[in-house]
Design a protein around this ligand. Structure first.
Ligand code: RAT
Ligand code: ZN
Length: 444
């Protein structure tokens, strides 16, 4: 793209052009925990079909009971005042009311997760200054889940939602097995998520065997073939666009020779997952740094961050140069080293500001640094939304920061005497909000 291929802009126009492009460009969200209504929905809305183990979460009670907010409410009403078992026995609505009262009424809702609920309510056209969530509840009850997905995608300007399809999750697997068309909603794309294969091969092998893919702990030639067939079959069934895993901070490649489980994980990675990814031309996504359940009583809210080992990712990218890797890390301390690793390996695509680094101050710092080290060649954000409506705030907040950083960077470029063209700015925004993800999937 040459700067002369579209008219050069005046420095003062940079802000207007970047802001408009960031608002206008529809996002391809590369990692969420959202599902179409075919996966069942806990909130019936006006469709009247509620499913207690449904996977599509939406509405104000789900927004208020997001695990980030469960963790936050336990800061202010600790377990000696409200034992965990008691909280989990409460209905979703009671939990939501408890969080509303303690985080939004009795204290200022200024954390990022609290602000997110309010941004969402505001952007939906409801009144965020309402004293209770009751009026919003009535509004959500009048929505049809499928139409509401369209509405949320319109408000958030997201054009494609990438799911997380955990094949070792019984609830999810049975839904795919009982209805092949469960994943055929064109608004959603599948991702085959396989954590137990890498994190705990002995348990995974037992499960594979019970599903008709004979495998044992030793991972001999026939277990390897079974595990590969298992992946191929599920990639086909889901039409998955990549394979993904979340790994603990202790993940090492090569694995510690004294750690049998880690060694088995290495063998699965080298002999099953990466060969299948290569044969299908699919990237492998690694989300590294979550220490699961340091406080199990908080359930999903009980996971912790830990510093990961970037050199292990470097080792993988070098040893498997024919594979492509998406990678995000949970610790702020890993972000710089991961960026430098991506400078060394074109088969490594850094993505997103994940979970505990998905806060405005850190998103800004990380996005700025990534541009400075990687130019336009990274994916600044994914939403990780667990509740459909969160797409609205996660993208609204991230868009503001991405625009701010780009305005600064294009301003600095203009300061050199070479003014960016409108086309250059718009193309950069397109790459960042979806193009880089789509190109990396294709291997182009
Ligand atoms: O961000 C989250 O909500 C986490 O609980 C995890 O789901 C994480 O994003 C993951 O995909 O493992
Ligand atoms: Zn996630």
């Amino acid at each position: 793209m040459s700067p002369s291929s579209s008219p050069q802009v005046d420095k003062s126009q940079i802000e207007r052009i970047v802001r408009a492009a960031v608002e206008r460009e529809a996002v391809v969200d590369m990692h969420t925990h959202l599902y179409p209504p075919t996966f069942g929905t806990t909130l019936a809305g006006k469709s009247g079909k509620s499913d207690p183990s449904g996977m599509l979460l939406w509405g104000i009670d789900e927004l208020l009971t997001y695990h980030y907010l469960v963790a936050e409410v336990y800061r202010v009403v600790p377990a000696h005042k409200l034992p965990y078992e008691q909280f989990w026995k409460m209905s979703k609505r009671q939990q939501a009311d408890h969080i509303w009262k303690n985080l939004f009424i009795e204290r200022a809702p200024i954390s990022e997760a609290c602000r997110g609920v309010l941004t969402t309510i505001q952007k939906l056209g409801l009144d965020p200054s309402d004293p209770t969530p009751d009026g919003w509840r009535k509004w959500f009850d009048q929505q049809d889940p499928s139409d509401y997905i369209d509405r949320v995608m319109k408000v958030s300007n997201v054009k494609s939602i990438t799911m997380t399809n955990a094949v070792f999750d019984d609830n999810e697997r049975e839904r795919w097995n009982s209805n092949l068309r469960v994943g055929s909603d064109p608004r959603f794309t599948a991702v085959l998520r396989i954590d137990p294969l890498l994190r705990d091969w002995p348990t995974a092998a037992k499960k594979l065997s019970s599903w008709g893919y004979a495998a044992d702990e030793k991972l001999g030639a026939s277990s390897i073939e079974s595990a590969k067939k298992f992946l191929r079959d599920w990639l086909d069934k889901m039409k998955a666009v990549y394979i993904a895993v979340s790994l603990p901070p202790e993940f090492r490649y090569p694995a510690d020779p004294n750690d049998a489980i880690a060694r088995a994980g290495q063998a699965v990675l080298e002999q099953v997952i990466l060969p299948v990814c290569a044969e299908r031309n699919l990237p492998f996504a690694m989300m590294i740094g979550s220490k699961l359940r340091v406080n199990p009583q908080l359930r999903d809210g009980g996971d912790m961050v830990g510093k990961a080992d970037v050199q292990s990712v470097v080792g993988l990218c070098r040893a498997f140069s024919g594979n492509r890797f998406f990678c995000t890390m949970l610790a702020r301390e890993n972000q710089h080293e991961l960026c430098v690793a991506a400078r060394k390996f074109g088969n490594l695509m850094v993505f997103g500001c994940w979970w505990f680094v998905n806060n405005p101050s850190l998103i800004e710092e990380i996005t700025r640094m990534r541009i400075e080290l990687l130019g336009t060649s990274f994916i600044p954000q994914h939403s990780d939304a667990r509740v459909l409506d969160q797409l609205i705030y996660k993208w609204e907040h991230s868009r503001q920061i991405i625009a701010k950083v780009l305005i600064d960077k294009f301003g600095e470029m203009a300061g050199t005497g070479r003014t960016p063209s409108q086309q250059q700015m718009e193309e950069t925004v397109r790459l960042m909000l979806g193009g880089n993800f789509e190109n990396f999937l294709k291997g182009s």
